[in-house]
Design a protein around this ligand. Structure first.
Ligand SMILES: Cc1cc2nc3c(=O)[nH]c(=O)nc-3n(C[C@H](O)[C@H](O)[C@H](O)COP(=O)(O)O)c2cc1C
Length: 267
């Protein structure tokens, strides 16, 4: 008996077809992800800027429940400074200037020699951005952005000072990747509260501020400059110290802080 004729159907599940479908699906998905990233970028940047403004208001001690952050921030003056001379500059737009972004642009930044780079940042912008709070026309608080290497991540913070450019009003870290429950305590109270009233420099103008391992003995002569370490996060605390040592030193905000102190003594 003759064999029944086999019907030939197009091979729907050939390897070529499978690969083509997989390719088209992944192309569609990656296009969707890329479009979403592009479309959401301005919103993401706006949220990040709002987050920083909120932290500036907070570290300056102006945060009050129920108050509109944007309205509070409007009362704070942003100024660009030349870090080398410590003087204000007027030809850089403070509303557009981002010192962290500028540090990535060779035309706007300089490389930090290894022996000075205690904060592990590699480069810094030529200018710094500071925030000034005035009360009845008088300088009341100075807020300085700082950043440096923690244990696992770059830590980005804000240090608020009294008009003597020496006494700490507050500190906060608004961005970091330190471990929850350990290093992340740098961004939380009660550790942040330990900083209020601490001094940066001693009588001879030596930078003394430091996060120590363990507790600071209250009767220690260094107690005005030393802050308790966080248990289990000594290394993140060390990152905070080195970050401050770089930014408050003579190669960063040092000349600016010295100018403020000299002006006060002269007035
Ligand atoms: C999973 C894990 C996460 C850690 N995260 C941190 C951290 O964020 N910051 C830090 O300083 N140490 C962190 N440590 C601890 C350090 O590696 C180190 O052991 C610790 O600093 C030593 O304890 P001490 O800080 O009390 O001296 C972590 C350890 C582990 C195992």
């Amino acid at each position: 008996m003759p064999e029944p004729e086999q019907k030939t159907t197009p091979q729907r599940d050939s390897i070529g077809r499978t690969l083509l479908v997989a390719f088209l699906v992944s192309l569609l998905c990656s296009s969707l992800v890329a479009s979403a990233a592009v479309l959401l970028k301005p919103r993401q940047e706006a949220n990040e800027a709002r987050h920083i403004r909120r932290n500036i208001v907070d570290v300056a001690g102006l945060l009050e429940s129920g108050e509109d952050i944007e309205r509070l921030f409007e009362g704070i003056e942003a100024r660009v400074i030349d870090l080398q001379t410590g003087r204000y500059v007027d030809d850089v737009d403070e509303l557009r200037f981002d010192p962290v972004k500028a540090a990535g642009d060779p035309a706007l930044s300089l490389a930090i020699p290894d022996e000075l780079d205690v904060a592990g940042i590699g480069r810094r912008a030529k200018w710094g951005l500071v925030y000034l709070v005035r009360k009845k026309g008088q300088l009341a608080t100075i807020v300085l952005p700082v950043h440096g290497r923690g244990l696992w991540s770059m830590i980005y913070g804000l240090l608020a000072l009294e008009p003597d450019a020496n006494t700490i009003v507050g500190i906060t870290f608004y961005e970091h990747g330190e471990t929850p429950g350990l290093g992340d305590q740098i961004a939380k109270r009660p550790w942040r509260d330990l900083w209020s009233g601490k001094q940066l420099f001693d009588q001879s103008n030596n930078l003394k501020i430091e996060v120590v391992k363990g507790r600071v003995p209250p009767d220690s002569p260094l107690a005005p400059y030393h802050v308790d370490g966080i248990s289990g996060a000594t290394l993140t605390g060390r990152g905070v110290t080195t970050t401050l040592q770089y930014w408050l030193g003579e190669h960063a905000y040092g000349p600016y802080l010295q100018n403020i102190r000299s002006q006060r003594e002269g007035s």
